[in-house]
Design a protein. Structure first.
Lengths: 114, 117
């Protein structure tokens, strides 16, 4: 019940295209859903995050879509650039008073071709 | 954004020696820090949750006597890999939660690559 399932495992997109990564969760107690970007040999960096009270959040070229009833959320990268090539992790956590530990998805390796 | 500094970024040691990794929150206070381990092309695996002034909480399967965690202040947590062996070689990453923000945000360090010969 603590798992977060992420797909696809890898994704290749042409420059200017849209990258879409999907995640699904089981635990309805999760109330915070961040996306992290990780470059090789570096720690993850927070990209964008959403809470269940909204269905969509957009920051620049990055958009999270959230479907509470389906227990799914996705990351859309518009106008994908070669510099976006990295591994992306979705995650979920419960209320901070419950410990705030993050449960990570398996990761998606994104390659944006020039 | 908040900055978490992790040192060293890369360490090579001989089998049987101990290695200490530091994790510092530079511009915020963190009552809670987390330590992760990551194998190549895999996700982050939580090893332990470190709370300032108290004992760390270890995840199932993580040897607390091998991976010693100390969280002595609101800005510093350390992970010591004791009597390291080649199988301990991995990428170790810390994160810290900013308690001044009413959000459940974790900021990550840049990671430490440990190679045990």
């Amino acid at each position: 019940q603590q798992q977060v399932k992420q797909s696809p495992q890898s994704l290749i997109v042409q420059k200017g295209g849209i990258s879409i990564i999907n995640c699904a969760y089981e635990n309805t107690a999760f109330d915070y859903f961040p996306w992290y970007q990780q470059f090789p040999g570096k720690g993850p960096a927070l990209l964008i995050a959403i809470r269940p009270d909204v269905s969509e959040k957009k920051e620049g070229r990055f958009t999270i879509s959230f479907n509470k009833s389906a227990k799914q959320f996705s990351l859309h990268i518009m106008d994908s650039q070669p510099g976006d090539s990295a591994t992306y992790f979705c995650a979920a956590s419960m209320n901070p008073t419950s410990g705030s530990r993050l449960t990570f998805g398996e990761g998606t390796q994104l390659t944006v071709n020039p | 954004g908040a900055v978490v500094s992790q040192h060293p970024s890369w360490v090579i040691c001989k089998s049987g020696t101990s290695v200490k990794i530091e994790c510092r929150s530079l511009d915020f206070q963190a009552t809670t820090m987390f330590w992760y381990r990551q194998f190549p092309k895999q996700s982050l695996m939580l090893m332990a949750t470190s709370n300032e002034g108290s004992k760390a909480t270890y995840e199932q399967g993580v040897e607390k006597d091998k991976f010693l965690i100390n969280h002595a202040s609101l800005t510093l947590s350390t992970l010591t890999v004791t009597s390291a062996h080649p199988e301990d070689s991995s990428f170790y990453i810390c994160s810290a939660r900013d308690l001044t923000v009413a959000k459940n945000i974790q900021y990550f360090g840049a990671g430490t690559r440990l190679s045990v010969l």
